[in-house]
Structure formats: C-alpha cells, structure tokens
Design a protein around this ligand. Sequence first.
Ligand code: 6PG
Length: 466
Amino acid sequence: MFNTIGVIGLGVMGSNIALNMASKGEQVGVYNYTRDLTDNLVATTEGQLIHPYYKIQDFVHSLETPRKIFLMVTAGKPIDSVISALVPFLEAGDVIMDGGNSHYEDTERRYDELKSKGIGYLGIGISGGEVGALKGPSIMPGGDKAVYEKVAPILTKIAAQVDDDPCCVYIGPKGSGHFVKMVHNGIEYADMQLIAEAYTFLRKRLGLSVNEIADIFETWNQGELNSYLIQITAEILRKKDEITGLPLIDVILDKTGQKGTGKWTSIQAIDTGIPSSIITESLFARYISSLKEERVYADIILSGPEMDQRSLDKDLWIEYVRQALYMGKICAYAQGFTQYKMTSELYGWDLPLKDIALIFRGGCIIRAEFLNVISETYQAQPNLANLLIAPYFAEKVKEYQIGLRKVACEGINSGISFPCLSASLTYYDSYRTGISNANLLQAQRDYFGAHTYERSDLTGFFHTNW
Ligand code: 6PG
C-alpha cells in the first residue's frame, strides 16, 4: 500500500502536521534529514498511520502518484537543498508543498524552476503554532489552481474548521500564499505590540496589579475584542514563576526576538509605497527592545516627565484603554488588508480578501471575532480602498477615537512609549486629512531641487524660480 502523502522535516511543526494528517485517515510517509527526529516521532506514534523512511528515495517511492510532499523545513537554503535532493526521484505531475515561512519571492523562484520540470509547487502559509499544526491551522495555499486541486482534499481536512467551513482557501498564483502569511505575521506583530502597550498603560498609569489586568483581559475577551492573542495574554498574566513565585511576566527579560516575516512585511510595504506604519513601528519596537543594555543606561541619564500621580477614574479609563486597543487593532488590520489589496493589484493576483478574512477566523495567531465583520465588509465592497471607510468601521472609530486620543495623550504625558497606539492615531488622522501639509514639502523639493509640483487649480507640472 502506498502512502497518500509525505512529510519532510520532523521538528515540532512537521511532526504535528504529520500527526494531524494521520488523524484524518491519511497514510503519512515521513522523512527527516537526520534520523533522530524520525525516531523520536515514530517512538510515540505506534498504531498511527505514520510510516518512517530513512532514505529519501525510499520515502519518495512509498508515495502514491501523483506524489504529494509537504515540506516543514526551515525557510531559506534548507528548502532548496531538500528540493534538489527530491527532484531526481520525482515525475511530472507530482506536487511539492512548502508549509514554512518562506519569503514569497523565493517561493516564486522555486515555483518557476519546478514548473519547467512539470512538478507542481505550492507555497503554503500555515499559521497556528504547534497546537494549530496538530489540531487545525489556518492554511493559505498559493500556486497553480489545478495543482492546488490535487491536494485540496487533504489540506481542507487538516485545517481548522469554523462554522463547518475549513480555514483553508486557494489564495492565488505563485508566491501569493506565502505573501498572505507574511503580512498575516506583520499584523500579528502590530496586534501583539498594541496589546503590550494597553497592558503598560493599565499597569504603569492606572497602577493595576498583574492579576487585575488579567481579569480585564478576560473580560475584554468576552466582547468585541475577543481574539486568541487577548485570551493568551490573560493566561500569560496569570502564570506564576516557579522559582520566585512572582508573576512570570515580571521575570521574563524585556527583549523581543523575531524571525523575519514582520521585517519582510515592512520592507515590501516600503518598496511598494504602502503606508504600513503601525506594522513597521511594531517591528522597530522589537528592535529598540533588543537594545536592553543601552536602554538601562539611558534610563539613568535621560529624564522624562514624572509619572502623573493624579488619580484617574479607574473604570472610565479601563474603557478608554479598551477603545484605544480596539481602534489600534482596526487601524493595523486596515493597513494589512490595504497591503493585500495594493499588492494584489500590482501583481494581478486577485487576492480573495473576504475569504482571507474568513480563514483567519480559526487556527491562526491573529484569529479574532471582528474578522467576521472584515469578511462581510469585503463581501459587500470587494474593491474597498481601506477598511476604515467601510460603514461599520467608520462608525466604530468615530466613537473610539476618543479613547485612543485620551490614552495616547495621557500615556505620552506620563512618559510611556506608545509606538503602535500613537502610530494608529497618526495613521487615522493622516488618512482622514483631506488637505495636508504635503504642499509645503513639494515647495521645498522644488526650491532646492527643481523637482516641480502640481497645482490644485491647474493641470501639469510647474517649477518656480524661488
Ligand atoms: C504563526 C506564527 C508563526 C511565526 C511565529 C514567530 O502564524 O503561527 O506567525 O508562523 O513564525 O509567531 O514569529 P517571530 O519569531 O518573527 O515573532
């Protein structure tokens, strides 16, 4: 009997994807470059439909044709090495899927190379971490539609399910699946940073305890802020350190790492002329966090305002923070979805925005209640320029900007750093400024460089002898 699918790369994500497939009735052939991970997996999976192979050709020959091979290998060179090792044993019609966080341009290169050999290649965004991989991730496949059809029955089965619909939909051609995952991660960075800033305000300015803040996040998670990241934040804040007994959050070093996808999102936005400022600020916030030693020194020699001791109406300000967070989140998702729209137009990808919002409702890290509204919005207005101007969101931010302004101003006056809350407000105010100061910039450019400017009353380009 042949295996119906093969998985290469048996780290935690790859092992869990293989287990997920096996639990859905697939016969899964597994292979890893080093045998230890294969042995680890099979030691715990007796009786399951997981079959180990220790030579790549044995692995390939164990698969039914057309072969379907799922890679869960570290992004970058390792993917190219695995593909090179596989290709001699493959036939036209076989399909390779890359489920890692590959850069979408690498995916396009690999897609082109394999297509010339008749081998199908899908760049598949997978979100949901270890648990998602095992129980049902959100899946974003990009490549040829006909190639996707060959693997769709398996992918839709292993995906998270929401309202009986799989969180897996064909995204579009070439590298578009990995592109959608990349921007998903950019939104993830912004969402996480916004939550961290809301937490800081509650802790530093309102003087609440970690436990009280956990209660607040738990309550928020019952309402329109309902989301995976809010839920896990409440759980994180409850956790005690086993060594000191302190809240674990208080002993975790304040230096944030990153693996590149948020950076790629920002680079692509900048290259393409897309104002993804909140996402980029969340990346810079991680960079500043990593300057720990410098920050500790600067804390001694640089001064700011004393933390304002005026007592604030607690309940009122908790509500302001909730509004600020929700509005920041709306602005961040508006930027991410604008990046989808503008890039889709640039490459002619025809990205299904309403479906992307739908498959983000389950499995993935940014899953949130309000993705339902985002999806409905794009269903009603597929060519919407920006989520902010859709009726639901325009109404919401009209109301919630009060909270965001109060919290941003109060925080800034108290010397708290608010990269993403303030970027959200700036984005909102810039976007709704019909007549801006860009005329002065144009005049300056023309003054020193004769770059010319357009006029608001006449067509054409003009230069002034200043
Ligand atoms: C997901 C996540 C995941 C990502 C990690 C780490 O959707 O499951 O986005 O793919 O790799 O969250 O990302 P950073 O190390 O860059 O924070």
